[in-house]
Write a new protein. Sequence first.
Lengths: 102, 165
Amino acid sequence: MAQTEAPIAPPKTGEQEKTEPRDLRDRGYLVICWNDPVNLMVYVTHVFQVVFGWPKPRAERHMLQVHESGKSLLVRETFEKAEHYVHQLQGYGLHATMEREE
Amino acid sequence: MKLVRLQKSAHGAGSYVFQISKNEMDWLVATLRFFPQRESPCYQLTRGDAKDLKGGQALLEEALSQQRREHQRKLNKFLTSPGRFRPEGPDQFRLVLPVEQMEWMLQVLNEVRVGCWMKLGSPELEKRFDRELTPEEGRLMATLELSGFFQTVLLGACDGKGEAA
């Protein structure tokens, strides 16, 4: 793991789970990273390690999937957590989006 | 520019100590001064058409605009901090970057790189331009390459590579 900051913790949703509708609580939201030719491969790997706290091999596997397949499904999460991750990834300049699982 | 050592601290995660030449120092400062380059701080939140996601676009733009202002503030402090680059010998300087500064500097350098690429028309970087670049395009391409160079050095340091013997 890169020797930088600890993984960025997603928001806790315990309290929200009691009040929000079920469809927002379910882990039905996909965080996808899309390929672009400008972000360095080592940078993308580093960002995945920092944002998700993944070990380097897992981060590299997703980075290569982005590079070779044009996109990679990174995580399937609740609305709040998926939104948090997209904010983090875009903050690093990666082309990440969240999509509702069909 | 190369990593000399990772300096541990009793109070925090420590600092990266780099040796940097005069030319590299000037290039690093010049590259950082180009921040920000992108017109918008973010992409679309979603490519789909789910209504509950469309509402989050404004929140994303607000969050990343705030982040951009914070980066600018830290960058101004970094660039105006006396003794940031400490002379060490003929043409050599020492740059100490605390661990917590590495992430925002990587983000700033990447913003400059991506912004230059967008202004160049988002070209395939592995292909050569089939025409002569204008002076402005040449400046953008040079800045893009320099930001990538410094990103690579910083990432190598994060990964424990490049430490001098």
